[in-house]
Ligand binder design. Structure first.
Ligand code: GLN
Length: 538
């Protein structure tokens, strides 16, 4: 029988439900179980593709080209589970399919209602993932907070699955907050109210995870257990972690979260093996030294906008046993700086990364930062928009095409070194129409990127509309830009690098989505290595 774990949240948002879900999944994997994860987003957007990174943080892209919530990236970093389109469910998708079925006349004249039609569609989608071959447990994170109107159909579907499948097959985890008020006193009342609200919807949680500033005393756990009807052992404290979030599975293991799940769901599992994970956490807690990397982008003010990039940089640090300090620089603030002031702003850095982005704002500052890196020998890593900026900068300052630009920023430029492919020219529909998902690239031997991957054929994910304009391949190559990666037939440029430079690499794809703390991405590992070497020489 397939098992399901629902994770809901109460009190307020941003308590780290995604991290709780994925840490629990990590722990179950360490016991030899095969898991799947689903994120439910109760908004009406069909996917996260059209949402601003300022509204909702980064858009995470899967191999099969789904544009999803950033929690799926967190699942990919903590677990080995494959993540595809179906692992991300939104209210937009649910209504879209129910309404198209209604238009096709498939409800045979019945009135179409939230219960049972919407809830049935939710259950169907959960089961599609849960019933994948070889899967033991599926964890479903229900976005939002209990009490929101938007979440009600999902909680109802979860309740129904609980009674359809029986208590040994479905487990409910509820995450709440134990806040500290003036004088350092910890408060249990919000938890009490939140569990009450969940029970009013017909769900008795089997486990509580309490976000708290520190471990809670035994008598408080006892009190929470008695007023929520959750066994004392199953009241878990997810206390604040000071060093690294990757420690969370170890914190859960200490409190035997896995044993509780395994017993309740009557699973057969081996003893936990967290050796590699614990060794990785140990590196993060006791690094050999610290390296400072500047991330020069436009969505810097929201910590989640470049989530996977920040994490991948940390992973590059793990590969080299160093701590990576991220210096987040709003590219707009670099515009119009004098050479001296620019040097002052960037001189303490050991490497810079230019991440992806859309639209004109901040582009000039990115070009300025790239020029500084190229001419001063500072390692530079351009990702997607970042690569396009590296090409524009090279065309302007080395090839002396002063008006070189991307048609995204200046449609009428006479030197469009980055431009749209024919097939993108007529696109009017903005949802899901970019070049998206996994594809193959071939890389040239004796290049930085080749040394990093140690492979000529690589598979990475894309999310962009604009491309390197092939008319500029020859002049840019002659001027010294190395075009190091192509699509298999050679029609599109996938990566560029600077000759005569310690490390200057731009890639059109998004390597950050495939990096994990256990398996740091080779490009990030190589970039951090170059930054360490740069630090040693300056
Ligand atoms: N705006 C650029 C494009 O559409 C880059 C996109 C990105 O960085 N993800 O091609």
């Amino acid at each position: 029988m397939k098992k399901y774990i629902f994770i809901s949240g109460g009190v307020c948002s941003s308590l780290g439900k995604g991290l709780a879900a994925t840490s629990l999944a990590n722990l179950l994997e360490s016991r030899g179980l095969n898991i799947q994860m689903i994120k439910i987003d109760p908004y009406l957007n069909v996917d996260a593709g059209t949402m601003s990174p300022y509204q909702h943080g980064e858009v995470y892209v899967t191999d099969d080209g789904a544009e999803t919530d950033l929690d799926l990236g967190s699942y990919a970093r903590f677990t080995r589970a494959t993540i595809r389109k179906e692992n991300s469910i939104t209210t937009g998708q649910i209504y879209q399919s129910v309404i198209s079925k209604e238009r096709e006349g498939r409800y045979l004249g019945r009135t179409v209602q939230i219960i049972p039609h919407i809830t049935d569609e939710i259950k169907r989608r959960i089961s599609v993932v849960g019933k994948r071959p070889g899967i033991d447990v599926t964890l479903i994170e229900i976005g939002g907070t209990v009490g929101d109107y938007e979440s009600i159909p999902y909680l109802e579907a979860a309740r129904q699955m609980g009674s359809d499948l029986g208590p040994e097959n479905v487990l409910f985890v509820h995450l709440t907050l134990v806040p500290e008020v003036g004088g350092g006193e910890l408060k249990t009342k919000p938890t009490q109210h939140s569990v009450k609200e969940l029970r009013e919807l017909g769900i008795q949680p089997d486990m509580l995870i309490l976000r708290a500033p520190r471990m809670l005393p035994n008598d408080m756990i006892h009190k929470i257990s008695s007023f929520t009807n959750v066994k004392k052992d199953a009241v878990i404290v997810g206390y604040d972690l000071t060093d690294t979030i990757y420690e969370l599975p170890l914190v859960y293991r200490e409190q035997r979260v896995d044993d509780i799940v395994i017993e309740k769901l009557r699973l057969h599992a081996k003893e936990p093996d967290l050796t590699r994970w614990a060794a990785m956490v140990n590196i993060l807690k006791h690094p050999d030294k610290t390296i400072r990397i500047g991330v020069v982008g436009k969505y810097i003010h929201l910590p989640d906008s470049y989530k996977s990039i920040y994490e991948a940089l940390v992973h590059g640090g793990i590969a080299n046993r160093v701590q990576v300090d991220l210096v987040k620089i709003d590219s707009e603030t670099l515009e119009n700086l004098s050479k001296k002031d620019l040097k002052e702003r960037l001189s303490g850095l050991h490497g810079i990364l230019i991440p992806g982005g859309f639209g004109t704002r901040g582009v000039l500052g990115m070009i300025t930062a790239v020029e500084y890196a190229r001419t001063s020998g500072l390692p530079c890593f351009g990702i997607c928009l970042g690569m396009q900026i590296m090409v524009i900068e090279y065309a302007r300052n080395v090839l002396h095409l002063a008006n070189a630009d991307s048609t995204e920023f200046k449609p009428e430029t006479t030197n469009p070194v980055i431009s749209l492919l024919e097939e993108q020219l007529d696109v009017t529909d903005m949802g899901g129409t970019m070049r998206l998902g996994k594809s193959e690239s071939h890389i040239l031997p004796d290049t930085r990127i080749h040394t990093s991957y140690n492979n000529e054929i690589i598979f990475e994910r894309h999310r962009h509309r604009y491309e390197f304009n092939n008319s500029y391949r020859d002049p840019l190559t002659e001027a010294g830009l190395i075009i190091s990666g192509y699509t298999p037939e050679g029609e599109l440029v996938e990566s560029v690098e600077w000759s005569d430079h310690r490390w200057g690499v731009g890639v059109q794809f998004h390597p950050e989505f495939k990096s994990t703390p256990i398996d740091p991405h080779p490009l990030f590992a190589s970039f951090i290595k170059a930054s360490i070497d740069h630090a040693a020489k300056t």
